[in-house]
Design a protein around this ligand. Sequence first.
Ligand SMILES: *Cc1c(COP(=O)(O)O)cnc(C)c1O
Length: 370
Amino acid sequence: MSPPPRVPFFDAATQQRSVMAETQAAIQEVLDQARFIVGPQVGEFERAFAGFVGVGHAVGVSSGLDALRLALSAVDVGPGDEVILPANTYIATALAVSAVGARPVLVDCDPRTYLIDCGQIASAITPGTKAVIPVHLTGQAADMDSVLGLAGAHGLHVVEDAAQAHGTTYRDRSCGTLGTLGCFSFYPSKNLGACGDAGMVTTGDDRLADRVRRLRKYHHVEKGVNARLDTLQAAILSVRLRRLAAWNQARIEHASSYRRLLADVGDLTFQEQTPSSNHVYHLLVVETERRDALREHLRAAGVETGVHYPVPIHLQPAYQDLGYKPGDFPNAERLAVRMLSLPMFPELRPDQIEFVADQVGQFFDGAAQR
Ligand SMILES: *Cc1c(COP(=O)(O)O)cnc(C)c1O
């Protein structure tokens, strides 16, 4: 077995140890009550999460992908419809559109913020367009004034992909409250993660909340699916939600340490921060011409990194049927070969950040000397 990395990309075990006793108590309570399917812990977590986000309704579902899928179904997106989303996102955003039988229509991203380029949305709208999915990628909000303006003008629904944006605010309003519906993932490595798969749909609309509640389970009135939030995961998530604000704050501090320590590294560019949003740093992304070599240098030094995402949606094998080709979304393609996500999680220690920064500095110094 190879030794554990000196700096992991994400450290689920350390995070779990920090909430172990409370988690065990929460699990024991579920076992004692034995109300396993949508037990009281689901409603408790839904209310707590709605309070955290500042939204009327939160409906627990089985994953982030299912949150997106049910949100699209709730606004009647289906076969024959088109849904606009950015080419630079996790493939689940597009898979949700496909899952309801609609067609993903892609637009490029901004080369500096990596978020959907709203200037390109208008030209992607056709009579078939039914919705747009802004993705609050890496923990920053998309330009929602532009998205909502265009959506209003063209009668489109806005389904926010907030899977990386627990605690992200846009002009002081939380992501997940800005569009028609908001969709969260609690995949273990997300800012708020479960001990397995889980997700949430948020909305201020009573009727849509009821609709998502009907769709998440087998139902006689509507053709629902089985996509409920697991009671054990809900109990676990309630414990972790109480730590989320502190965890996000730790991420923000780690990001400013990285920025400070790496400020003088010439060939490295940080993702730009947008003025209208905070940044909860689900990911800390830098860019460099020599990404693969830097990644290998860090790996050899025991530093785990990630690439989010190496293949834009339009070049994914699963999406060849959409008919896009290389060159269609040059900003997303350029990022795919330049982006690198550095280790980022709340429990990251100052000495680990310094070690990563030293190694990055050594890589570029060495390169300068050659
Ligand atoms: C994680 C993620 C999803 C999917 O969430 P799952 O819970 O893994 O299904 C969707 N969109 C984005 C942007 C994500 O990061």
